[in-house]
Ligand binder design. Structure first.
Ligand SMILES: Cc1cc2nc3c(=O)[nH]c(=O)nc-3n(C[C@H](O)[C@H](O)[C@H](O)COP(=O)(O)OP(=O)(O)OC[C@H]3O[C@@H](n4cnc5c(N)ncnc54)[C@H](O)[C@@H]3O)c2cc1C
Length: 337
């Protein structure tokens, strides 16, 4: 490809795509105005290949996970920030049947590497009468720190234009290909795709809790992500109706109720955040060609951290070398009716 490349948006998708372009020695510029979407910056950043609620393998996670485990430590080294954190995760069973399912599912392909032992020992201040399932191979990325570090790096290299991209700017860049990594806002920039999205607002709260364990994430409807100094990120909510980035009383009540269903100690709410995830109706990524000069790399849904390292390579192999996109991820599935 001879044309100059412009990335629009520096969330998880745009940050990772920009790192991949740099790795390949391909010149680009990135436009980002962070005021449009906080999704990547408030995310919990968990990378988990299992849908815990249903004990199901995330589709294609066997491709996503090794690439993610390889890429983030490398980028953390390059950007000199420690944002990659392997961590223990324990899922609290709601009842005996769920614990039995865990045992059965832990024999299945893919799941057997991740559904670990059934922990029966009590944990102080935690209600878990049916025990907890240990999930193996989980890590989390401090996405705010990752994105800030990449932002600074891009600014230092003169590659970031810190302003809103508008369609009329295409006249200023007549020979460029534009890659939209604008998250759920693609519904507005490209109305022909509006129907593909099922955007989902998510809220999290940051709490201080003296009695929650800091050496693991606990999960039961919500997760408790230890941030250090007895602070935890608790999340998340899923709301398809209100698509603002405003925090809500309902969101807060939900998070508190879920937390209190298994945590018996005191806590104090320090902060609350809300943003909109770019979920797609069929829960699959969304990428490909929009028009002669426009491309899309999007649809990371609730699992951008896990998926974007692999998908960025897949997308660039298509854009730069003409390799076929997997049909199930190609945006054509929504536009060619
Ligand atoms: C509460 C919550 C918890 C989550 N937890 C997790 C988790 O644990 N693990 C996980 O993997 N994922 C999680 N996610 C999902 C994850 O955040 C998304 O997969 C990810 O944010 C998608 O990234 P993106 O880069 O596609 O979009 P976005 O994060 O929305 O980034 C888009 C960027 O483009 C900018 N932009 C948009 N339009 C323009 C324009 N015209 N000009 C310039 N800039 C523009 C925006 O301001 C933003 O910076 C969570 C999300 C939420 C809301």
């Amino acid at each position: 490809m001879e044309q100059a490349l412009i990335i629009v948006g520096q969330g998880i998708a745009g940050s990772i795509l920009s790192l991949r372009l740099e790795e390949r020695g391909i010149p680009f510029k990135l436009y980002d105005d962070p005021s449009h979407s906080k999704s990547s910056r408030i995310a919990a950043g968990l990378s988990n290949p299992v849908v815990l609620k249903r004990q199901k393998w995330v589709q294609a996670a066997e491709l996503f996970l090794p690439e993610a485990q390889k890429a983030y430590p490398l980028w953390a080294g390059q950007l000199q920030k420690s944002f990659y954190h392997p961590i223990n995760l324990e899922h609290i069973f709601h009842n005996e049947a769920e614990a039995n399912d865990w045992l059965i599912n832990s024999d299945k392909p893919h799941l057997k590497k991740h559904l670990g032992k059934h922990i029966k020992e009590a944990l102080s201040n935690i209600i878990s009468p049916y025990g907890r399932g240990k999930l193996e191979g989980v890590f989390w990325v401090d996405t705010d720190s990752f994105i800030k570090a990449r932002r600074e790096d891009l600014l230092n290299k003169g590659l970031l234009i810190s302003k809103t991209w508008t369609a009329d700017l295409m006249d200023k860049h007549p020979n460029s290909s534009i890659i939209y990594c604008n998250g759920h806002l693609a519904r507005q920039t490209h109305p022909m795709l509006a129907n593909a999205f099922s955007p989902t607002k998510g809220e999290v709260m940051i709490i201080k809790a003296e009695k929650l364990p800091e050496d693991r994430i606990l999960h039961a409807g919500v997760f408790t992500l230890p941030l250090g100094d007895k602070r935890f990120k608790i999340g998340a909510t899923y709301n398809h109706k209100d698509l603002s980035e405003n925090t809500s009383e309902d969101g807060l009540s939900y998070l508190k109720a879920k937390l209190e269903s298994f945590y018996q100690g005191p806590y104090e709410v320090l902060e609350q955040f809300a943003a909109v995830r770019p979920n797609i109706k069929d829960r699959k990524p969304l990428m490909g060609r929009l028009s002669e000069h426009e491309w899309l790399f999007n649809g990371m849904g609730s699992r951008g951290v896990l998926m974007a390292p692999y998908l960025s390579q897949h997308f660039l192999n298509h854009l730069l070398s003409g390799d076929a996109l997997q049909a199930q991820w190609d945006l054509n599935r929504f536009t060619s009716a």
